[in-house]
Write a protein that binds this ligand. Structure first.
Ligand code: BGC
Length: 766
């Protein structure tokens, strides 16, 4: 159905029918209008597998059996857009087979604090990585004709008081960190729906924010789909509709809010056009997804194998001293820790998938190798005899050549609905590591968690694998990596700080009862740690391989560029080790920043995952656009590139630059400043149009206040005083000098006008 036909259809609908379309029929279905042939469509969670529920069962998380793919915390570590596209395609295939029209994902909120209970569902601390991977996922699902729901828009970065808390962040922080990934995904992939979050921003509910839903999403980014609320996130239905919230989910059983809409239109408080706009958007998606419905099936086994391959492409090798991994043929190995036998593979809450077939690491490994197993620890609240378990583990460790210790955060601790209390592993696990490494120092630790943990034993172990929540194929993938059938290639999509208090959000998480201040601003994750050159346990982008890669010959196609241009950066990568393997090439940009704008030292702007046979070399190239150098300037009210030298950097992680090349950005913005009381003499000196005036004021000021002697000393080379006078603001200068004739108080405002006029007419750089 085309736009014109949809408009005509809306005209045939009664007011009640229009209102009814703006809320769900139940938890998992939208309403249809039978008499007009409008079908009802079906939604399901999301994001890493299907949770298909019966219409009215929200209670209990179990749904119909589906393949549980690795969670976003894990797939993000693949740094592999193509793989996310494939994941989307597989999920789309399952949706079609299950009659699901809209999949409720991907979830793209930024991992602001390691404590967010829902971090396992989110990709990264970096908006660029998140946005690119989410866009690939969305395209993959939607290629099948199934819609997605990009969630949770926006800044839903904690579970504590998630339905009421108000986020206080500067516009720059919102634009660069908390909205940027939504912007990338919306512009590149056009999700059919966006899900408005529970939380408030600056006191306004996301689902009622005109700024978020209409101005930014639709007018600025050109979003064409519809916006639904998160489940129960609609406080005031009519306000929401006006702000741009089209569909309320799940909708009230007694249809109260539909009636509120009808009444508001009848009372003249809501324009019919606003209601019809929402109905048109919803209908547009309904007909689009309905057309794609097909009777199909999919092969669970094939999808299970794909889930395993995704995990293999994502698990991160963080430490490998003395080449302890992979385990070699003939070595005697012990698996210690109950997560070997019962592998944690997903987190809790609405994303919970009732899996098809879970592969646990111990049983997978035992198919080909003899493994000595000791349970090692029991859950913190269990009555099991901790001492006996510890003794058994120590004896096992003593009896073998190498030990694999399976640790992690219990699934009950990482879940939607609440946050973690700390970044620690359970005490019983910490005691176990200490005892085992004392008995056998050839120890490898495997972590199962959704976001960073503190590792006080990091120096005492020889190997470390971050497996995240790697889906139902976790055990096969982990065993394949441990025994060398797969060469690990994941990279950390987040920084592992040494301790929780190092995290930049530490002092402001989860905020007070009403609000949480994002005082760290844009300095989140590596943007903070790398800029401060702070010690971390493992940096963003870090990860090892069973082979070794060398880089060389970074080249740029241009030495300078301007608005609308892009430059090609190419670099050659060689697999210099003895095993075939995949490498993630990371490109960051950094600004010389002579304007001294507070900016992160570098930001990720490109990543590519490549496969290289042992000894092979490949040329990898990136397209860096002019806009990749921009920051959001509150001063100029938009994205701005500094007229300056910038560096294109190839780095092995966010802290370690391998190669760097310079490019000059010749920005042709009209970056006018507005002159007012607070404008400094130094700022006026920077602009050609105001320089002569500023120089006169500067000379007179320094001469008058310093006296001629001091002025002579100044002339002989000191610049400290220059800086002082340059920092004087016009308002102060006017008060000081009004009697001297430089400023006439009467004429002050016309002086300001004159300066602003001059700046306006200043020729743009050409
Ligand atoms: C979650 C969403 C989910 C929805 C439906 C909400 O509580 O925040 O992510 O899609 O429930 O289950």
């Amino acid at each position: 159905m085309n736009a014109k036909q949809i408009k005509e259809l809306v005209k045939e609908m009664t007011l009640e029918e229009k209102a009814s379309l703006c809320s769900g029929r139940d938890n998992w279905n939208l309403k249809g209008v039978e008499r007009l042939g409008i079908p009802s469509i079906k939604v399901a969670d999301g994001p890493h597998g299907l949770r298909v529920k019966d219409p009215n069962s929200y209670e209990g998380i179990e749904g119909r059996r589906a393949v549980c793919f690795p969670s976003a915390c894990c797939t993000a570590a693949s740094f592999d857009e193509q793989m996310l596209g494939r994941l989307g395609d597989l999920l789309g295939e399952e949706c079609v087979a299950e009659g699901i029209d809209i999949l409720l994902g991907p979830a793209v909120n930024i991992k602001r604090s390691p404590l967010n209970g829902r971090n396992f569902e989110y990709f990264s601390e970096d908006p660029y990585l998140t946005g690119k991977l989410a866009a690939a996922y969305i395209k993959g699902v939607q290629k099948r004709g199934v819609g997605t729901s990009l969630k949770h828009y926006a800044a839903n970065n904690q579970e504590t008081r998630r339905t009421t808390v108000s986020i206080k962040a500067s516009e720059r922080t919102m634009r660069e960190i908390y909205l940027r990934q939504f912007e990338i995904a919306v512009k590149e992939a056009g999700p059919y729906t966006v899900m408005a979050a529970y939380n408030r921003i600056d006191g306004v509910f996301s689902a009622q924010s005109e700024w978020l839903l209409s101005r930014v999403l639709r007018r600025e980014w050109g979003y064409k789909g519809f916006v639904m609320s998160d489940w129960g996130a609609t406080a005031d239905r009519v306000k929401g509709l006006k702000a741009g919230l089209d569909l309320e989910m799940p909708g009230s059983a007694s249809r109260v809010t539909d009636k509120e809409i009808v009444k508001a239109v009848q009372d003249g408080k809501l324009k019919t056009a606003v209601l019809e706009r929402a109905v048109e958007r919803i209908l547009n998606v309904i007909f689009k997804v309905h057309k794609a419905r097909k009777k199909t099936t999919f092969d669970f086994e094939t999808h299970h194998r794909e889930a395993t391959a995704i995990a293999e492409n994502s698990i991160v090798l963080l430490k490998n001293e003395d080449g302890i991994l992979p385990f070699k043929k003939g070595e005697r190995i012990a698996f210690i820790g109950e997560f070997a036998a019962d592998t944690p593979y997903q987190g809790g809450g609405s994303s919970h998938v009732t899996p098809y077939r879970v592969a646990h690491t111990l049983s997978c490994a035992q198919k080909t190798v003899d493994i000595l197993y000791a349970r090692g620890f029991a859950p913190e609240n269990s009555q099991a005899d901790g001492g006996a378990l510890l003794d058994e583990a120590v004896n096992a460790a003593k009896a073998v050549d190498k030990v694999a210790l399976f640790l992690g955060v219990p699934s009950s601790v990482e879940s939607e609905g609440y946050d973690r209390a700390d970044m620690l592993l359970p005490e019983r696990q910490l005691a176990l590591v200490e005892a085992v490494v004392r008995a056998n120092p050839n120890a490898v630790v495997l972590l199962h968690n959704g976001s960073p943990v503190e590792l006080p034993f990091a120096n005492k172990i020889k190997g470390l694998l971050e497996t995240y929540k790697s889906g139902e194929g976790a055990g096969e993938a982990i065993a394949n990596i441990l025994f060398g059938a797969v060469n690990p290639s994941g990279r950390l999509p987040e920084t592992f700080p040494l301790k929780l208090s190092d995290n930049p959000s530490y002092l402001n998480f989860p905020g007070d009862k009403k609000e949480v201040r994002y005082d760290e601003g844009v300095f989140l994750g590596y943007r903070y740690y790398a800029t401060k050159a702070a010690d971390v346990l493992f940096p963003f982008g870090y990860g090892l391989s069973y082979t070794k890669f060398n880089y060389g010959g970074l080249k740029l196609s241009e030495t300078s560029f301007t608005n609308g241009d892009s430059v090609t950066a190419s670099v050659s990568v060689t697999n210099a080790g003895g095993a075939d393997g995949k490498e993630t090439v990371q490109l960051y940009v950094s600004s010389a920043n002579k304007d001294k704008i507070p900016r992160p030292i570098r930001e990720l702007k490109g990543f590519k995952k490549i496969f290289l046979k042992a000894g092979e070399t490949k040329e990898v190239s990136f397209n860096v656009s002019f806009d990749d150098l921009a920051y959001f300037s509150p001063e100029f009210g938009g994205w701005t590139v500094q007229n300056d030298v910038h560096y294109i950097q190839i780095a092995s992680d966010a802290h370690t630059v391998l190669l760097q090349a310079e490019i000059f950005a010749d920005a042709k913005y009209d970056r006018r400043i507005t002159v007012n009381d607070d404008t400094t003499i130094g700022e006026l000196l920077e602009h050609e149009a105001t320089r002569a005036f500023a120089q006169t004021v500067f000379d007179r000021m320094s001469g008058r206040l310093l006296g001629d002697k001091a002025k002579d000393a100044e002339a002989s080379g000191t610049t400290a005083q220059d800086s002082f006078w340059q920092s004087v603001i016009l308002g102060w200068a006017m008060r000081l000098f009004k009697t001297t004739g430089i400023f006439d108080e009467e004429k002050y405002s016309s002086v300001l006008n004159d300066l602003n006029e001059k700046l306006k007419n200043e020729k743009k750089r050409s």
